[in-house]
Design a protein around this ligand. Structure first.
Ligand code: DAH
Length: 346
């Protein structure tokens, strides 16, 4: 009987050793130590032995059980570790492999300038508005005091849109049309800037594009003076190009302002001494003036009570000066290498 116990022990130990998975080990345990296993039958037979034999054989039986339990626990631990290792191996991540970096985009220089300028003006209290790029003759010309015989409206300068039943549609030639739409839509006071695309019938060359960008500004309230215009533009220029910049104003004609002026800024590269970028030390930056009373009246504003100023800034020009881009066409010819240079700039 002792040999039978020992036989069961050896069979059990070898079954446990043969189990290749935790499930197989479970089966081996039932087969070896379960209620219907040979070991249990032997255990029950102990009762029929004489007290003396029962004591002797019982000790062996206990040793056998203990041995089997230990073998079972060892094998279980082994198999568990193996399963864990297999999982880890499956999930293995080689941190020394070079990563696949996503391509990082960049803002186009025109976007950088536009966003920056808009941010300066909004910090000064201006609100951003937009208008349609397809305009009608009244908003683009008549309301802005540009009469039918004005040279700016000839086919030479404007791109007309051929829509049956709408003979007077054109692509807006300047963002100034948004002045009109803004005043028609709200009552004073008005403090807005209108960034956007404008179109002219023009052949591209190093300083011209048929499609370009402007930011229009308009302020209308009681008591607005030329000094407000000057102070606003000076604050803008300093925020945009540096604290040391000065502005200068010279007379200029625009039908929708009176008086009108051209605004120059001291060169941000040579500080006014004269260099390759500016030539004379000054960079002509934008057109501006006091809103013409006729424009106010055309929009239903009381020109006796209200005054205002307006300005228009070309974005391409600012981008070219700031980044020393020699040809305006480079901004639109789609060479990604231009834009890549602006990664992380805005
Ligand atoms: N619209 C003008 C242009 O495209 C720029 C301009 C000049 C806008 C004077 C203004 C202004 O608002 O007051 O050349």
């Amino acid at each position: 009987m002792i040999r039978s116990f020992e036989l069961e022990r050896d069979r059990g130990v070898s079954r446990f050793g043969d189990a290749a998975t935790l499930e197989e080990l479970e089966d081996a345990q039932v087969a070896t130590m379960g209620r219907k296993a040979q070991l249990s039958t032997l255990q029950k037979a102990l009762g029929s032995l004489s007290p003396e034999d029962r004591k002797r054989v019982g000790r062996v039986a206990n040793d056998v059980r203990a041995t089997l339990q230990a073998a079972l626990a060892d094998r279980r631990e082994q198999l568990e570790r193996q399963a864990e290792d297999a999982l880890l191996e499956e999930d293995r991540l080689d941190l020394s492999l070079p990563g696949r970096a996503p391509r990082v985009g960049a803002f186009h220089p025109l976007s950088i300038i536009e966003r920056e300028a808009v941010e300066v003006f909004t910090s000064l209290g201006f609100r951003v508005v937009e208008g349609p790029e397809v305009e009608d003759d009244w908003h683009n010309f008549q309301a802005l005091n540009i009469p039918p015989d004005h040279p700016a409206r000839t086919m030479k300068d404007s791109l007309y849109v051929d829509v049956p039943g709408h003979p007077e549609l054109l692509l807006r030639t300047e963002t100034s049309a948004v002045q009109v739409r803004t005043m028609l839509a709200q009552s004073p006071p008005v403090f807005v800037v209108a960034p956007g695309r404008v179109y002219r019938r023009e052949t591209s060359d190093p300083t011209h594009l048929p499609v370009f960008h402007q930011i229009e500004g308009l302020a209308v309230d009681e008591g607005i003076t030329f000094a407000d215009l000057k102070g606003t533009l000076e604050a803008f220029v300093k925020a945009m190009f540096g604290e040391r910049r000065r502005i200068r104003l010279g007379p200029a004609f625009f039908p929708f302002v009176e008086p009108g002026c051209e605004v120059g800024v001291s060169c941000f590269r040579c500080d006014g001494a004269g260099c390759r970028v500016c030539g004379t030390g000054w960079i002509e930056l934008l057109g501006a003036g006091m809103v013409h009373p006729s424009v106010l009246e055309n929009c239903g504003y009381d020109a006796e009570r209200l005054t205002g100023f307006a300005f228009g800034l070309g974005i391409e020009r600012v981008a070219m000066l700031r980044y020393e881009i020699p040809d305006m066409r480079m901004l639109v010819d789609g060479d990604v290498r231009l834009v890549q240079q602006f990664r992380g700039v805005a």
